[in-house]
Design a protein around this ligand. Structure first.
Ligand SMILES: Nc1ncnc2c1ncn2[C@@H]1O[C@@H]2COP(=O)(O)O[C@H]2[C@H]1O
Length: 831
């Protein structure tokens, strides 16, 4: 059969590749005629794209066309037969079943295509039948070719022998009666018979052929697994050079999804290798250029190829592109091009050059930071310029020389001045890092541990029935009732929502190659490590941020940019981004000389802890380790993404992240882009920059940042409850600071006097609006800005009405508390 020939060819070509690698590693005779000589081969590669490559075009003998017998071992198994006969008491079916019983096997029968497929899907691989007989005599009752196609489309069915039963009259009438059946995936067509002897012979022969096919499939699977785990980029095409198989390294380096159907290799590859492959050469080595999805420059790699076929004609072509150190380094660092954009040094890609990184070599590299170039350009511009221009440029250069380019300084213009003391307190505290610099208010410091004890919540009973199920069905709505979920799950919303979104809608288990049980354990332990005693930074906040990220990921812009693994990393980062938050700020921990502040040198204390603890918890126990099946490179990539996103939630870097995002994705109109942020001119979105990986990182950071503070952009009833919760947490911190005689980070946040409306107006004015405008336009979600504006207007009304403290606010809203009002309006915990 065609399929079998294809499998044998694949085995043979992969096997050949493995043999070649072995001989390459041992063969050190580096004459140009020695195909395996690594040193000789490398030195023959082009040094620049313009240089003519010295290609090894030797047409060596074809690859061996056999599979070692040892690879084809198939353990003996009792015969299993499945009969698909619509007729209840078919005598033909009975004869076949009787024959199987005589041969010591077991037979089952079903009456419809649906039952047959159900049986196959239910069966474990070990229990799959060896032979399936399908009654094709009554096409109006059972469409046998359709069923055969469906069976062949089901996993692990290639080795099952499929037999179609036809009427004798039809068989004798038409020379080609068998063809449509063979095309549909049947292996044999048999004339109806009641002779169990004939059946016995037929079934045993079919089983024997199937056993051989099964052994071949297993061998191919083993070799495909080997290919998938190798570092080099491997692609196998058909004779028309359409890619049939691309290994993980190929997908990762070129930014492929991995589940893309056959596509022409020429869309991706070019260069001498492609010419060699088209020339009909059996075995060749030549450089190949490969285009990457999210990068403008192609990469140039050494490639070895082989044309394979069991007969003289070629059925498959193998391309093995060596993953050079430079490519690995580039991936590891995010982007080599960000340092050397536009000057891809082919030498470093195509040779082992960077493996010998001596200091002398490093000094010779054309490394120059962009800022150095900018300063040189500006300095050159002062020559011959009028004194006023020189003074301006020199001031600009002085500013550029500081390393704090993105540290915010309140603008001089009156519109940007934070005049309200509550807003000043809040924004100042959010944007500053390290211990509070108020010597006068530092009365004493205290080493006491502030991390409150955690409630031990384990054994999540994951029953999502009834109302809870209905609620989770709305998990992708921006009006999602997060507090209702909190009530229904008795304070464990994260695991439930996480499973519904990560396990259900986004199926991150597929991307992470883990099972749902491990994901559930992971969610449960992460949730357990949130402090339920915190009013704001608890697992409901984590669930809320997760929900926002999931909502954003559904937007077309993000769907087209992010790979499934990146989406998975974003969801994981959202769920874990505040794990073990003590309910007090980093500044508080620094002032208190908390062990975490000591550990992280007062820098990004909480975010570093959230990220580090996430991985500690995950790797500590195999039952929760959602990364355990990832290969080293994929794990590194996911880890990098998760850490980067968690660290991006640090508010001291708020303006840095926002400015970078706006600079990259919003086109210049009049004035600078940053100026545009503060004018009423509409921003002109420009997404061409998305082709660079370093810009996609900015998108991921903005996504989690916006999700983290999205509470102010939610409908009013949610926004107000979140405002209550964060204010309560700030008040508790102030209480604790006073009790411990520590510097008070936000003195205005005193329960008795603080104006909640003003704190929210300041928060929306200075943190939310600009960021949400930039993000809302990017993902096309205007409601983010609309809700923020309408909440702002409502807070303004309350402020103007003289409403100030928490108690005032809820009185003004007509409730004892917002949450109380929410609870009164909604059904509570699920029975
Ligand atoms: N509605 C809000 N009002 C005031 N501050 C907020 C609000 N929402 C979030 N924040 C602050 O923004 C911070 C974002 O990072 P964190 O979650 O660590 O801590 C958050 C709070 O300190």
């Amino acid at each position: 059969m065609n399929m079998l020939a294809g499998e044998e060819a694949s085995i043979e070509l992969v096997q050949r590749w493995l043999q070649r690698r072995d001989s390459d590693d041992t063969d050190t005779g580096s004459s140009s005629g020695s195909p395996g000589a690594r040193a000789g081969r490398r030195s023959s590669l082009a040094l620049t794209p313009e240089d003519e490559p010295l290609v090894d075009v030797a047409n060596r003998s074809p690859p061996p066309a056999h599979i070692p017998n040892a690879m084809l071992y198939a353990p003996p198994e009792p015969l299993e037969l499945l009969c698909v006969f619509p007729e209840r008491a078919s005598r033909v079916c009975a004869a076949a079943c009787q024959a199987v019983a005589r041969a010591g096997g077991e037979a089952r029968s079903v009456r419809s295509a649906r039952d047959a497929l159900d049986a196959l899907r239910r069966d474990s691989d070990a229990k799959l039948p060896h032979v399936i007989i399908v009654d094709a005599r009554q096409p109006q009752t059972l469409d046998a070719p359709l069923l055969a196609r469906a069976i062949r489309g089901t996993k692990n069915t290639q080795h099952i022998a499929l037999i179609a039963i036809v009427k004798k009259s039809a068989y004798l009438k038409d020379d080609f009666v068998v063809l449509p059946y063979l095309d549909a995936g049947f292996n044999r067509v048999m004339v109806e018979t009641l002779s169990s002897t004939a059946w016995c012979a037929e079934i045993l022969q079919s089983r024997a052929a199937g056993a051989s096919a099964r052994a071949h499939v297993a061998a191919v699977a083993a070799l495909a697994a080997a290919v998938d785990r190798c570092r080099d980029l491997v692609a196998i095409t058909d004779d028309q050079q359409r890619i049939l198989l691309a290994n993980k390294s190929w997908c990762r380096v070129l930014g492929w999804r991995g589940d893309e159907g056959p596509r022409p290799l020429a869309e991706t590859a070019g260069g001498e290798a492609m010419r060699q492959a088209s020339s009909g050469a059996r075995d060749w080595e030549a450089p190949v250029t490969l285009r990457r999805r999210a990068a403008p420059d192609p990469i140039l790699l050494p490639c070895r190829g082989a044309a394979v076929g069991l007969t003289k004609s070629t059925s498959h072509i193998v391309f093995v592109c060596e993953q050079t150190h430079a490519v690995e380094t580039e991936r590891g660092r995010g982007s080599l091009h960000s340092i050397r954009r536009g000057s891809l040094d082919v030498r470093s890609v195509a040779s082992d050059g960077l493996r010998r990184t001596s200091l002398a070599k490093l000094q010779g590299l054309p490394l120059e930071a962009p800022i150095t170039k900018v300063i040189s350009l500006l300095s050159a511009a002062t020559e011959g310029a009028p004194p006023s221009t020189v003074a301006c440029i020199e001031r600009a250069v002085d500013m550029l020389r500081t390393s704090e380019l993105y540290s915010p300084q309140m603008r001089d213009d009156p519109k940007m001045r934070v005049e309200d003391p509550v807003a000043t307190d809040l924004i100042g505290a959010l944007l500053s890092q390290g211990p509070t610099n108020t010597l006068s208010s530092r009365r004493s410091s205290n080493d006491s541990t502030v991390v409150r004890s955690q409630t031990n919540r384990t054994n999540i009973k994951h029953k999502t029935t009834g109302q809870l199920r209905e609620l989770l069905d709305t998990a992708l709505s921006w009006e999602f009732e997060i507090f209702r979920l909190e009530d229904m799950t008795r304070g464990r919303p994260l695991a439930h929502l996480g499973l519904a979104l990560m396990g259900g809608r986004f199926d991150i288990c597929a991307a992470l190659e883990c099972d749902e049980r491990t994901l559930l354990h992971w969610l449960t332990i992460i949730e357990t490590n949130y402090h339920s005693g915190n009013t704001y930074h608890n697992s409901t906040h984590a669930a809320d941020v997760l929900q926002a990220v999931a909502y954003f990921l559904e937007k077309d812009r993000l769907k087209s940019v992010l790979e499934p693994l990146e989406a998975a990393a974003a969801l994981l980062a959202a769920a874990a981004h505040d794990v073990d938050h003590p309910g007090t700020s980093s500044a508080f921990l620094c002032n208190a000389r908390h062990p975490l502040a000591v550990l992280y040198n007062d820098v990004s204390v909480l975010e570093s802890h959230h990220a580090a603890l996430t991985f500690k918890i995950t790797l500590n126990d195999n039952r929760v380790n959602i990364f355990k099946n990832l290969d080293r490179d994929t794990y590194k990539q996911v880890r990098h993404n998760v850490i980067d996103m968690i660290l991006a939630t640090e508010m001291t870097k708020h303006f840095e992240h926002l400015a970078k995002f706006v600079n990259v994705f919003y086109a210049k109109s009049s004035g600078s882009k940053e100026d545009n942020m503060h004018t009423d001119e509409p921003l002109a979105l420009d997404t061409t920059a998305l082709s660079l990986p370093e810009n996609v990182i900015l998108v991921k950071r903005m996504m989690i940042k916006c999700a983290d503070v999205s509470n102010a952009s939610r409908p009013q009833k949610f926004a107000f409850e979140w405002a209550r919760r964060i204010a309560e947490e700030y008040f508790l911190q102030t209480d604790e600071e006073k009790a411990k005689e520590l510097p008070v980070v936000m003195p205005m946040f005193d329960r008795a006097t603080c104006s909640i409306p003003r704190s929210q107006i300041g928060f929306i004015d200075y943190i939310i609006i600009d960021m949400m405008e930039a993000w809302a336009a990017f993902i096309d979600m205007p409601e983010l800005v609309n809700h923020a504006r309408s909440n702002h207007a409502r807070w303004r009304e309350l402020d103007e009405a003289g409403v100030s403290t928490l108690a005032d606010v809820w009185r003004a809203l007509g409730h004892a508390s917002i949450h109380g009002a929410l609870q009164a309006a909604q059904p509570t915990a699920e029975e």
